[in-house]
Design a protein around this ligand. Sequence first.
Ligand code: TEU
Length: 553
Amino acid sequence: GMRKIWWKEAVAYQIYPRSFMDSDGDGVGDLRGIIGKLDYLAELGVDLIWLSPHYDSPNADNGYDIRDYRKVSEQFGSMEDFDALLEGLHARGIRLIVDLVVNHSSDEHAWFAEARQGRDSATRDYYIWRDPAPDGGVPNNWPSFFSGPAWTWDEASGQYYLHLFAQKQPDLNWDNPALRGEVWDLMRFWLDKGVDGFRMDVIPFISKDPTLPALPEGVKPQRHYAEGPKLHDYLREMRREVLSHYDCATVGEGNGLDQEQMRRVVDERREELDMIFQFDVVEFDRDAAGNPRDWTLPEFKEIFARQAASMDGHGWTTVYLANHDCTRPVSRYGDDSPEWRAASTKVLNALLLTQKGTPFLYQGDEFGMTNFPFTEIGQFEDIAVRNAWAAAEANGTADEAAFLARLNRTSRDHSRTPMQWNAAPQGGFTTGTPWLAVNPNHATINAEAALAEVDGPWQFTRDLIALRKAQPALVYGDYEDLAPDHAAIFAYSRAIGGAGIAVVLNFGAEAQVFDLPEALSAPQVLLSSGATLQGQSVSLPGWTALICAWGQA
Ligand code: TEU
């Protein structure tokens, strides 16, 4: 039988609080700003929010460097505001998962301040310290994700500390049981408040091989850092100590894990995590150096087939096309030209909302926000970009035109520009100066204009969400790609027994005709963005989607 589980049936929406809505004019989004938009979210129909970090932080990495895990960022508001947000969401039947960033803390966390006091300090072992190599240099060749080595020298104590990300993000030592106890406690703190679970930042990296083996030549750092020897033990301990005592959901960021490792993390029989963000979809269009490369639709389809197969009856996963670390889907997988932006947004959201796995929609993608036209290095806020540019300048390889061209297709800041609410100055996001520039296209691309349309991307996305809620096959149905090799059409079925749903998507500007297999009998249109069905034959103008029920007759 089919066991119904709320987080499998949910449609999630990610809020990046810094960029969602500013209620007090300081140029930074805040919790009161989100509270003012709850009806917008309810109208869209999402029923699960993932809130990016809302904690006290010096913001070296926009909140992914936490100074106090039990305090709300003063920029974002107060604990009362958080409670009001949670209450407002729950009153609308929307659940909330918060970000759990515990691979590392901020270097301004009290634990690290104490740890720095010396080798005998009480929390020294909460972090990962090593003596210098015999030549006085760094202990090993590990690189940080934000340029430079993953080690920073601490003069006072004469040791290096490990940070896989920025210097201001020292890695926590999960091998210390007291540290794990602290993590369980802070998780309980938020669960006791009523949050419905966690999105777990770089969770595959929490367990380090104590010998810290050198990164072999040609191996991606994230592969090397993922699934240390105790990862599964620690996840099971977390489940036993904390999660199993609450009705909550967990989704781990899967960076670095291969398919088999991911399967282990979300296999329900192992009692680790519920869902994972698989990274293929945001990596397959990059070359080994991380530069954009050309790709084909069959390659793209293969990712979704693999993801669906990874839920082999004992696991679950997520589907997403973007988050705050990505560029905008319509600019990446669709066509953001004025002619096709709206139509291709519909196709991408149809894909997102009819796949197998819990869909996560990123703020602004419901109506097709686009990449930002960066023209100067100084416009980027992201520490990844700033450090990479500083490193290029330092080693004499800085080429501004090439750097800009690359970043215009890859920068995380594309998704972090403020939400475009209306055509007013600053897109209605703030009355002040936004922390990151608003996309100049807000004059035409904004929520208010989108809501005023009759059948624009916003309405289509809302209808897709409603359809997913009404059709169990879209949640639980088996996945089958109907034409894996087709270069322009992405067509698949979601079947439960002898009936189900078929989805046909035209991923290009040219019109296509696609014949549904006879086995998908008596198809009936449920939703379409301009494609039509006659018998088994689907006619699809450029960038259109059609969803039909079959086998009902
Ligand atoms: O991301 C980690 C991650 O897996 C990478 O995609 C990372 O964003 C990239 O390598 C940096 O260029 C998570 C968060 O989502 C990200 O925002 C944080 O910066 C990072 O962890 C550190 O907490």
